[in-house]
Design a protein around this ligand. Structure first.
Ligand code: SF4
Length: 355
């Protein structure tokens, strides 16, 4: 993995040798304190590492205070246009701020934010997004978005560095996968700040998932990227799930692997529903574990032998396997309950961090 600085965001770290973190954003109206707090709680349960909240005006700062009181997941305030909102958010206890120096206005306002952030030990995420990139950068590079994104981000970084502020995370995002890949490859050769990866406005759930998996996954496989956000036109829970699965698919995080058959006319149990339920109950578990869900015993025995626990359909019920051995024959409902009970016993959401 590319060596970067280590940045503390509340109780977690981004960069250095720390595991890649998964972020998402709340999608509630940030003026609505209760709904926003409840959404953050749900995301925390699902093991989101960091949650970002849009703070469009000073009134929403009260939501940060309440979220911080009732949850322990690190919170990022997403600020545009008004430097005072960033300063008040930091004072309200936010763990990181994301600003776009381009729309904050005069450089002294960005420097003011940096000064307060330094006093409170709060990092700042800067960077560029293809949707809000200034035309001057694009014309300088003749419409080449990747280079324009890099130059825009470097200018933002320089403003912060000019006041001695280096507690920085950088993000370069485009809705185009190849542009995002190239921009991050370029910036990773120029700075050693941790990189926040994401395909911005990636689209509806399925298409956005594929674009994000390819873009984020490709960069991570090259050792580039320290924290990820999957941006979908869908619930934030879905973004966290996809983020975690990207990390697990390329071996950057341990988790539960579900081996389930595609079903056919031999199927004796509702594999699709059982596999879905097992998936929902295990997505937050960060332990290496294999669970088999098989429609019949044709392949069920073989797969279950390799699994820590497995269920396979038989006539009028299901058998359960544990560590390769049949532990009993049950009705489908009983077998499922036993399987879920087992999952409950291993369901501890702590993340192991390097010492
Ligand atoms: Fe069909 Fe059984 Fe194979 Fe599932 S495990 S696809 S039910 S033969």
């Amino acid at each position: 993995m590319r060596k970067t600085k280590e940045i503390r965001v509340g109780k977690i770290f981004i960069g250095g040798d720390w595991p890649i973190t998964v972020q998402t954003m709340t999608k509630t109206d940030s003026h609505d304190v209760r709904k926003t707090v409840e959404q953050v709680k749900e995301l925390e349960k699902l093991s989101a590492d960091i949650v970002r909240i849009s703070i469009p005006d000073l009134d929403c700062v009260k939501t940060i205070r309440e979220v911080k009181k009732e949850t322990s997941v690190p919170i990022v305030a997403d600020i545009h246009f008004d430097y005072k909102i960033a300063i008040e958010s930091i004072k309200a206890g936010v763990d990181k701020v994301r600003i776009n120096p381009g729309n904050i206005g005069a450089k002294w306002k960005v420097r003011e934010i940096a000064k307060v952030a330094k006093d409170y030990n709060v990092p700042i995420r800067v960077g560029a997004n293809s949707g809000s990139l200034k035309k001057e950068y694009l014309s300088k590079y003749d419409g080449d978005f990747a280079n324009a994104l890099v130059e825009s981000a470097l200018d933002e970084i320089r403003i912060l560095e000019s006041v001695g502020f280096e507690d920085i995370v950088v993000a370069l995002k485009s809705s185009d996968v190849l542009t995002t890949i190239r921009a991050n490859q370029l910036i990773s050769q120029k700075v050693d700040y941790p990189l926040h990866l994401g395909i911005t406005e990636a689209g509806p759930s399925l298409f956005g998932t594929i674009k994000s998996s390819l873009g984020i996954g490709y960069l991570l496989l090259q050792g580039i990227g320290n924290t990820i956000r999957v941006s979908l036109s869908d619930e934030p829970e879905r973004e966290v799930i996809v983020g975690r699965l990207i990390l697990r698919s390329i071996g950057l995080e341990e988790g539960v692997e579900i081996v389930s058959c595609p079903t056919c006319s031999r199927t004796e149990i509702d594999v699709i529903e059982v596999a879905k339920l097992v998936f929902e109950r295990t997505i937050h578990i960060k332990k290496k574990l294999k669970i088999a869900v098989m429609g019949c015993i044709v392949n069920g025995i073989g797969e279950s032998e390799n699994a820590d626990i497995g269920i396979a359909g038989v006539r009028n019920g299901a058998v359960l396997f544990k560590d390769g051995k049949i532990i009993g024959t049950f009705s489908e409902e009983e077998a499922l309950n036993e399987l879920l009970k087992y999952i409950e016993t291993i369901s501890h959401p702590e993340v192991e961090r390097p010492s």
